[in-house]
Design a protein around this ligand. Structure first.
Ligand SMILES: [Zn+2]
Length: 483
């Protein structure tokens, strides 16, 4: 944290001295000016390898070093708006551990707590926070039982760091949607209080520490964050960084810079402030968004990612099940096993629907490992829970290409419940599980958002229930799956 030196200050003094020797007089205020550049990402979601080539964390860090002039002792602050993990296998199967190592190597100074930071439960979050060389910040996350910040699991309301002789206060915020945007059971002991209230409660303590500049990193979408900027215009917050909605943005609103760094390391946002150290006045602010497109990678971070990639491959090769029979990709038997596993995983659901196109290979005869399951269902689609009426369910089922359905089946042209042959009740709604691809209208499905605009994203990958079911069978070569 204290690695930032006062290089800029020394450079300025040298400049002033040389100007004086030359007989010039420099203005006193120049000596008081300090600059800090904030490099900002959010919603990284474990994409350390990049979604496209040239967009890895290693190439981003190379951009920062070579194009932004970043050095650990330079006038820089590297911040994240949260949702660091939950995405590709390389981060999800290490429960975020690999991502912490990468973010440590990238010298992050702080991250907001995103809803997905809770995906593996509070104990895992605590372990990750302990491994991180940077603090996880959220001023509005509190224990429900006493209203206190959960510092005991590694969440701090704010941190203070010195950069280029400037004392900078960083306050974190977390989306109030968190209880429905991660596994609800994981955060049932936490509450997420109103953003403005949390900022107004926290700021006096931050300012009492003698800060020259206060910034907020928020796992909060741009719209509500803009409202917060307007509501707190009296508080002199230099910057608010967004997260959660993957937005790429750099704007000035009421003299607060609003940044959003996009997502998945495709881009970043930056802001440079020139501050008068004596008056604490911001005399200049610059801000922009930048693409992460670079042909070279930082060697150290690249090697770190390669090591995690090979460990992930080893994880993929761990046997899960054994089958003495192959099931075809388009077979009813395989499709039904997969979709039935969704209802087994969520017995409160009435119906589950996935698209046949999301099942990509035959289930082979012989050993089945995680790699097989990922190849079978390779997409990063999550399971959404919807409340749909009977008509919406029928419209959805009849609109899409080859729906794979559990709970209902078609008999004599009518959708009826598989267990009792009863038709859908027109007077009530049902809990229906679908995948996020279909919900967005993929594969020609009737846009399910019309039936339920407030779908609950379980955050569970669409392959996970089938993987869990296969593992639970405890099969082996001697005791193969009964398919
Ligand atoms: Zn989020």
């Amino acid at each position: 944290m204290l690695r930032k030196l006062y290089l800029m200050n020394i450079n300025r003094l040298l400049l002033v001295c040389s100007l004086l020797l030359a007989g010039c007089v420099s203005t006193e205020s120049d000596e008081d000016l300090r600059e800090v550049t904030i490099l900002y990402t959010n919603d990284e979601h474990g994409w350390m390898e990049g979604m496209k080539s040239g967009q890895s964390a290693a190439s981003l860090f190379d951009v920062w070093e070579k194009k932004e002039g970043y050095s650990p002792d330079g006038p820089f602050l590297i911040l994240s708006g949260g949702d660091n993990w939950t995405g590709p296998a390389i981060s999800t199967w290490t429960q975020g551990k690999s991502m912490i190592e990468v973010m440590n190597a990238m010298q992050y100074d702080a991250s907001a707590v995103g809803n997905h930071e809770f995906d593996f439960g509070l104990d895992v979050f605590k372990a990750r926070a302990e491994e991180a060389d940077f603090p996880y910040l959220s001023a509005n996350t509190r224990w429900r039982r006493n209203g206190e910040t959960p510092t005991d699991i590694g969440i701090l309301p704010y941190s203070i760091t010195m950069v280029n002789d400037l004392r900078i206060g960083i306050i974190g915020l977390t989306t109030r949607e968190t209880p429905i945007a991660t596994h609800p059971a994981h955060v049932r002991d936490l509450e997420f209080i109103a953003l403005e209230r949390a900022v107004r409660q926290t700021l006096p303590e931050v300012e009492a520490a003698g800060t020259d500049l206060v910034v907020i990193i928020a796992h909060v979408c741009v719209d509500p964050l803009t409202q917060l900027i307007r509501a707190t215009a009296d508080l002199n917050i230099a910057l608010m960084g967004a997260g959660h909605c993957n937005e790429l943005i750099a704007e000035n609103i009421e003299d607060t810079v609003l940044l959003g760094g996009g997502y998945h390391y495709e881009a970043y946002a930056k802001a440079t402030f020139t501050v008068n150290k004596e008056t604490k006045e911001i005399v200049k602010r610059k801000f922009s968004t930048q693409e992460n497109r670079f042909d070279t990678e930082n060697a150290g971070i690249s090697a770190l990612i390669a090591r995690w990639a090979s460990q992930t491959q080893a994880l993929l090769a761990e046997p899960l099940a054994y089958s003495n029979r192959a099931l075809g990709r388009y077979s009813k038997a395989l499709q039904q096993l997969i979709i039935d596993s969704w209802l087994l995983a969520d017995p409160t659901a009435d119906v589950a629907i996935t698209n046949a196109g999301g099942i990509r290979i035959d289930l082979p005869k012989g050993p089945i490992d995680l790699g097989t399951i990922v190849a079978l269902m390779p997409f990063d689609n999550s399971i959404l829970a919807l409340e749909l009426d009977a008509q919406s369910i029928r419209t959805a089922l009849d609109s899409g290409h080859e729906p794979v359905v559990a709970g209902l089946e078609k008999r004599r042209g009518q959708w009826v419940f598989t267990n009792n042959g009863e038709p859908l009740d027109e007077s009530r709604s049902y809990r229906v599980l679908v995948n996020s691809f279909m919900y967005a209208g993929g594969d020609g499905y009737w846009p399910l958002s019309k039936g339920d605009p407030d779908a609950f994203d379980t955050g569970i990958n669409y392959r996970q229930p089938f993987q869990d079911w296969l593992e639970a069978q405890g099969s082996s070569e001697q005791n193969p799956l009964r398919l």
